[in-house]
Design a protein around this ligand. Structure first.
Ligand code: FES
Length: 139
């Protein structure tokens, strides 16, 4: 499933804009979905604690847009997603590649880009650039 959203244009010096993507209830627990927001492909994951995380859909190690099909897990308390191609493990909070095996990324970075996420009235919103706060993660 792919969701599509475009941010409303706001006037004034707003540094970044929250964009509504989907209802949290549409997200299966620990099952990713792909979303397209302002032309950016992202993968959204809802965890068992109902937090929602957004990372880039492109797998840095294969170049394929497949991260939403990754396997959710945890590593020392950190929520993670494993790439469906070569099983690299990434933090869902920071996007950092935690385990790359013997592979080199085809992209400049082995890490996933992340977006801030907040859930308001059951609606998942994302925001770029990355500037995560605890409140964003907890909602
Ligand atoms: S749609 Fe943006 S706050 Fe609810």
């Amino acid at each position: 499933m792919t969701r599509s959203s475009t941010s409303e244009q706001t006037s004034g010096p707003t540094p970044s804009t929250w964009v509504a993507v989907c209802q949290r209830a549409e997200l299966g627990v620990e099952r990713g979905i792909a979303a397209l927001v302002d032309g950016q492909q992202m993968a959204l994951f809802r965890l068992r604690d109902d937090s929602v995380h957004a990372v880039q859909q492109r797998d840095p190690f294969s170049g394929a847009n497949v991260m939403s099909r990754g396997i959710v897990g945890t590593r020392q308390g950190e929520p993670t997603v494993a790439g469906p191609m070569y099983k690299q493990v990434f933090s869902l909070r920071t996007g950092a590649c935690l385990e790359r095996g013997s592979y080199e990324p085809v992209d400049d970075s082995a890490d996933l880009r992340t977006w801030d996420v907040q859930v308001l009235d059951g609606v998942v919103h994302v925001r770029a650039p990355h500037n995560r706060s605890v409140e964003d993660v907890k909602s």
